[in-house]
Design a protein around this ligand. Structure first.
Ligand code: COA
Length: 395
């Protein structure tokens, strides 16, 4: 890391060393057009991660992560500096006179490709942001081009879980291929939603909002993973020679859920001290909503029992799961529990949450169709992948 890729691109803003963060406006397009008359040729530096820029990076990322700088620093450390599967923080920065004006990170995970002994580390493009005053000047392209120079030494392909209508067309123009679109199934607490629509604010939580931890019959609820029993399911996944599956071994569990910015609930189903299945939720907000990131079962009824318990455990405003490669048992259980495709409801509620799509690209700058094959598996085919939301960087 650390190679510098100076490039001349069009566009200039305000110049000078003091950064006008306080002048930030939400509407970047307006701002861009206001400044367009000032534009002239300008040189930006694109560089790999250097710790001296951490404070500046935090300033930029707060537009995506929120304003709690202490928590953001911890999250950055966890996500990029402590990732045991990356060879170091896989991040690229765009600098204007030493000020960070663009950031592109990669969140690295390991996958099993076509059998138990074929680990492949894959970086997922993450936290891509260009300062509003520097957009549409080619910085996203420049950040990626720096990555396409360095990443191939370490990783043959890159994934992106892109929920974003701004970045997706741009990513396609950078050589990414759309692998699949992801729809969601969602269970709504409709009376809350109607109240919220009528009042314009979230109703105060009613009753059982705080999740109780502990043991409830065969179900145990915890905030932390149980790496040993959970990774036993990984050995099952690893057997599938025709699939590409996230490698979730003990090393994965020891790191993956340690961010203090995120809250998880693990629901375990035990029978005679044997783990028969689990369901993993990420929880956010007040009133709380839950996202089902992962689940496993050894018998077909276990998922449904866990789901029923989860639904009564907390007063969720919504519960969501990716509708991708779901097997028929799981789908039946979700339907029975009144999970519905989220698209039309979100449109009625006028919430602008776009469904994610998964993009893929070989990491080298120039590539051919053969670079999409690993162990004879075509990485462009959705059916070759086991995708659940736990695979993404946003989980
Ligand atoms: C998305 C974002 C990173 C783009 O950054 P940017 O620096 O303005 O993008 P670029 O100017 O480098 O655009 C990249 C390329 O896409 C092209 N492009 C732009 N709009 C396009 C469109 N609608 N369709 C196809 N290509 C498009 C550009 O022309 C450019 O190619 P060029 O360099 O050959 O001209 C920036 O708008 C941003 O920070 N948005 C807010 C945060 C965000 O949404 N991040 C993505 C999270 S998934």
């Amino acid at each position: 890391m650390g190679t510098s890729l100076p490039g001349v691109m069009r566009g200039v803003i305000f110049g000078g060393a003091s950064h006008p963060w306080h002048n930030l406006q939400k509407n970047a397009i307006k701002l861009g057009s206001r400044l367009s008359s000032d534009m002239k040729d300008k040189e930006y530096e694109i560089t790999g991660y250097r710790p001296q820029y951490k404070t500046d990076i935090m300033q930029l990322l707060r537009y995506m992560w929120g304003g709690d700088q202490k928590l953001n620093l911890l999250h950055f450390g966890w996500k990029y500096e402590q990732n045991p599967f990356a060879k170091g923080p896989e991040c690229y920065l765009a600098l204007d006179h030493g000020q960070v004006v663009g950031f592109l990170g990669f969140f690295v995970n390991r996958w099993l490709v076509g059998g138990p002994r074929s680990e492949l580390a894959i970086p997922v493009g993450s936290d891509l942001i260009v300062h509003p005053e520097y957009r549409d000047k080619g910085l996203m392209r420049a950040l990626h081009e720096a990555a396409f120079k360095e990443l191939p030494e370490r990783y043959p392909v890159i994934l992106v879980f892109s929920p974003n209508t701004d970045s997706t067309p741009r990513a396609l123009s950078l050589g990414f291929t759309a692998l699949t679109e992801i729809k969601r199934l969602r269970k709504y607490h409709f009376s809350w939603l109607l109240k919220r629509k009528a009042q314009g604010t979230s109703p105060s939580p009613a009753g059982n909002e705080a999740p109780k931890l502990g043991t409830f019959g065969p179900i145990e609820v915890r905030e932390k993973p149980l790496p040993g029993p959970m990774s036993a399911f990984d050995r099952g996944r690893a057997g599938e020679a025709h699939k590409i599956a996230l490698l979730m071994d003990q090393d994965f569990y020891a790191w993956r859920f340690e961010s203090q910015r995120r809250k998880y609930l693990f629901y375990y189903y035990w029978e005679n001290s044997e783990l028969k299945g689990y369901l993993l939720l990420r929880t956010t907000g007040h009133p709380p909503s839950g996202v089902i990131l992962d689940f496993e079962q050894t018998e077909s009824v276990v998922f449904d029992k866990l789901l029923r318990f989860v639904m009564g455990h907390v007063h969720w405003s919504t519960l969501t799961v990716w509708d991708l490669n779901l097997d028929s048992e799981i789908r039946r259980s979700l339907r029975k529990r009144k999970f519905i495709p989220s698209g039309w409801v979100e449109r009625v509620l006028r919430r602008s949450q776009a469904d994610p799509c998964v993009l893929i690209r070989p990491s080298k700058k120039d590539f051919s169709a053969s670079d999409f094959y690993v162990r004879g598996l075509d990485l462009r085919k959705t059916e070759n992948w086991e995708f659940k939301e736990i695979c993404s960087d946003i989980s």
